[in-house]
Design a protein around this ligand. Sequence first.
Ligand SMILES: Cc1cc2nc3c(=O)[nH]c(=O)nc-3n(C[C@H](O)[C@H](O)[C@H](O)COP(=O)(O)OP(=O)(O)OC[C@H]3O[C@@H](n4cnc5c(N)ncnc54)[C@H](O)[C@@H]3O)c2cc1C
Length: 399
Amino acid sequence: MHDPLIIVGAGHAGGRAALTLREEGYTGRLILIGDEPHLPYERPPLSKGVLQGTADLAGCSLCDSARLAELDIEHIAANPVTQLQPQQHRLQLADGQWLRYAGLLLAIGGRARRLPQEQANVLYLRTHDEALALRDALKPGTRLVVVGGGFIGLEVAATARGLGCEVTLLEAGPRLAGRVLPAVISEALLALHRQHGVDVRLNVALESIQADAVLLVDGQRLPCDLVVVGIGMQPNIELAAAAGLDVGQGIRVDTHLRTSAPDIYAAGDVCEFRLDGLYQRQETWRNAEVQGRHAALNLLGRDVPFEALPGFWSDQYDWGLQTVGVLTPSTVSRPLPGGGMLLFHLDADHQLQGACGWAPGNSVAKDIKLCERLISARRSLDPASLANPELSLKHLLRG
Ligand SMILES: Cc1cc2nc3c(=O)[nH]c(=O)nc-3n(C[C@H](O)[C@H](O)[C@H](O)COP(=O)(O)OP(=O)(O)OC[C@H]3O[C@@H](n4cnc5c(N)ncnc54)[C@H](O)[C@@H]3O)c2cc1C
């Protein structure tokens, strides 16, 4: 009997890879190993619908257990892989059993970066179970301090306001989501959160967290009932590093998502790949989805290089943010109905490299789809036409 294909990490990228392997006709033994007790699920609803109480785990799952059984995907849950031996083509699970593999995908994501001290009033948000713990703690009138003005912190702040909490948000840098967003969008986010009553403080440094307050370095004391820390994600590289695989800030892969070990691939948040000559990781739904599929194809020997446009979205209050492509510094802005905006990110030849849209509801989605097509068209575009809201993007596509 042949050794199975094994996927370690039953999250979004791992789940997608397993489903793709079957869709693509792989009929051999297929094992999906996770350390959480759940079926593979998508995380974006955790900071939105799950916290609000309008979505549940079944709604976030990539498939149900009947579908896994029907596809003959063996799902081993709550049993992490503790050791990998690439030369012997085998791995060990926490319960002690060893499994041999013919091909392996590491889609082991990451965990919330934590403060050095664990405290009862400090919560994090990465997993479904963490979302449930947070949901139970967010009662009307709860005084919440959110540490971190990135997407997790901002979405938690927005949801908590909707649930009637008093929210203070602390950001160490000079603007919100400053690492990834253009300044004008950071400003729009700041205005929206303040409009909804969030006490946003920029350029602040945390001194300590006490049982009933947060202390800032400048001596201020912020009384609170609960603290949510959203200071980024720690990629799970330890298993690969201990096995001697090449790692940097993630598990390093080549153009085919292959790691430094034969027959081992990586995908999703943990995967460090080269884009424009630089190693980088992407912590987005889109990346997990596309790389999960892609790694599956290469596990089947299709040998397809990985090429994909980056992109992400975030929902806060009744506004939506979406990006696609590379957000270069050179931008042209187009106003959108309802006070939103669409930023076109151009290169020196006025070719579109990326776009960033901010608008009420989900209305920006169709513009971003058209921008994706404009990026692929690789045509030089007239900045004045891009800025003109009267000229439809479809018209520009027809060129
Ligand atoms: C709260 C939240 C909201 C988000 N919202 C958005 C959004 O609005 N838009 C967007 O684009 N992106 C969003 N993201 C990001 C997106 O969800 C992630 O990029 C995506 O989940 C990454 O998928 P992954 O499969 O790489 O990792 P994960 O989904 O984290 O899956 C990895 C799995 O591997 C498991 N694992 C780890 N080590 C082992 C081991 N040794 N053995 C077995 N299993 C192991 C982990 O426990 C986990 O279950 C959000 C993320 C979070 C946390």
